[in-house]
Design a protein around this ligand. Structure first.
Ligand code: PLP
Length: 399
């Protein structure tokens, strides 16, 4: 007999997961998946970083019982996150104006932030870039917000439509929440310049908008400090500020779910009130965060030897991606000289809006067993010295 469950529809499939399913079902041994959202090393494997392994070895030397963490997470982790995000010794930290809660990855940080804002800025609308990480819209809508977009990517120039972006920021209603990618824009790979950030910050201040920086790729652009510098600029400008950050990519710790939400207030006293309310959001969602990933990252960030190792390993990932961009452009210039892919060199982070059309992506899939997102997004970190020639040959054939 029918129950209230009987009439429930099948939810739409996640488009990226759909690519993975099709890829897994493909029996061609030479298949290549460029649709992924993770960093692969030159052997096409997700790396286990040596800094992580060493931190785990240190933790194993003193096995600890698995008690509950505080609602806001491990204190050493939260402090290390603040130093990384705001820069060591920043005024914000010294003045105790920032509060940080450990979160279930970057996604969890965004969700805590969204629920917190829904409680205290319920009438605000949220603006995300066009396009943006595909979960941003769903996440803020599920927290009860109306989600709009601001102009961002310009397919004609293969860069940012900065005039459009700025005009849209200036036209937003007072108090609107603006979601910005701090660096390494996903999915396009197109970032704005430091001078353009200054204009964005001025527009946000003038409109009394609420900036929410999503930093999922710190260290994949120019460097850890360089990529994080935008956070310091926002903090220095004053006003409310939220930052979600993730270690999924930078520590290759996807499945441990390590991220954090930081919120900046006007004073230490205000920050204490913010923290009390953030704890309430966490408490009613999942009570408190898991222990292991937070311990590993805190140890790696605060032990000098491990910290150096991490910075070197992260630089290794960053440099390999840049090399793949260069090789990609160079080889395509030889194989398809009529087409200009120079813009791929200018993009930053793991992804590239390659400019490939939906039809070209489909031909790559059906004729060459090479999988990319329908929008033309490819994961540059899925290219390696062994598969790049096959990818270039196939692209040259479908252009
Ligand atoms: N934000 C952006 C822009 C991302 O690309 C991702 C992951 O792909 C996330 C947030 C979520 O990160 P996490 O896997 O840590 O939840």
């Amino acid at each position: 007999s029918a129950t209230i469950f009987s009439a429930i529809d099948m939810a739409p499939r996640d488009p990226i997961l759909g690519i993975t399913e099709a890829f897994n079902a493909d029996t061609n041994p030479a298949k290549i998946n460029l649709g992924v959202g993770v960093y692969y090393d030159d052997n096409g494997k997700v790396p286990l970083l040596a800094c992580v392994r060493k931190a785990e070895e240190l933790l194993m030397e003193q096995p600890a019982p698995r008690t509950y963490l505080p609602i806001e997470g491990l204190a050493a982790y939260d402090a290390a996150v603040q130093e990384l995000v705001f820069g060591a010794g920043s005024a914000i930290i010294q003045e105790k104006r920032a509060v940080t809660v450990q979160a279930i990855g970057g996604t969890g940080a965004l969700k805590i932030g969204a629920d917190f804002l829904q409680r205290f800025a319920p009438g605000s609308s949220v603006y995300i870039s066009d396009p943006s990480w595909e979960n941003h819209r769903a996440l803020f809508e599920s927290a009860g917000f109306t989600v709009n977009t601001y102009r961002y990517y310009d397919a004609a120039t293969r860069g940012v439509d900065f005039d459009g972006m700025l005009a849209d920021l200036k036209a937003m209603p007072k108090g609107a929440i603006v979601l910005l990618h701090a660096c390494c824009h996903n999915p396009t790979g197109a970032d704005i310049t430091p001078a353009q950030w200054d204009e964005v910050i001025a527009a946000i201040g003038a409109g009394a908008l609420i900036p929410f920086l999503d930093m999922a790729y710190q260290g994949f652009g120019t460097g850890i400090a360089e990529d994080g510098a935008v956070v310091g600029k926002f903090a220095a400008a004053g006003g409310p500020l939220l930052i979600s950050n993730s270690f999924s990519k930078s520590f290759s710790l996807y499945g441990e779910r390590v991220g954090a939400l930081s919120v900046v207030g006007a004073s230490a006293e205000e920050a204490a009130r913010l923290l009390s309310q953030l704890k309430r959001v966490v408490r009613t969602n999942y009570s408190n965060p898991p222990v292991h990933g937070g311990k590993v990252v805190a140890l790696a960030l605060t032990t000098p030897e491990l910290r150096q190792l991490w910075e070197d390993e992260l630089a290794g990932m960053r440099v390999r991606i840049k090399e793949m961009r260069n090789t990609f452009v160079q080889k395509l210039k030889e194989k398809a000289p009529a087409h200009d892919f120079e813009f791929v060199r200018e993009q930053v982070g793991m992804f590239s809006y390659s400019g490939l059309t939906r039809q070209q992506v489909e031909r790559l899939r059906t004729e060459h067993s090479i999988y990319a997102v329908d929008t033309g997004r490819i994961c540059v970190a899925a290219l390696n010295s062994k598969n790049i020639d096959r990818v270039i040959d196939a692209i040259a054939k479908v252009l």
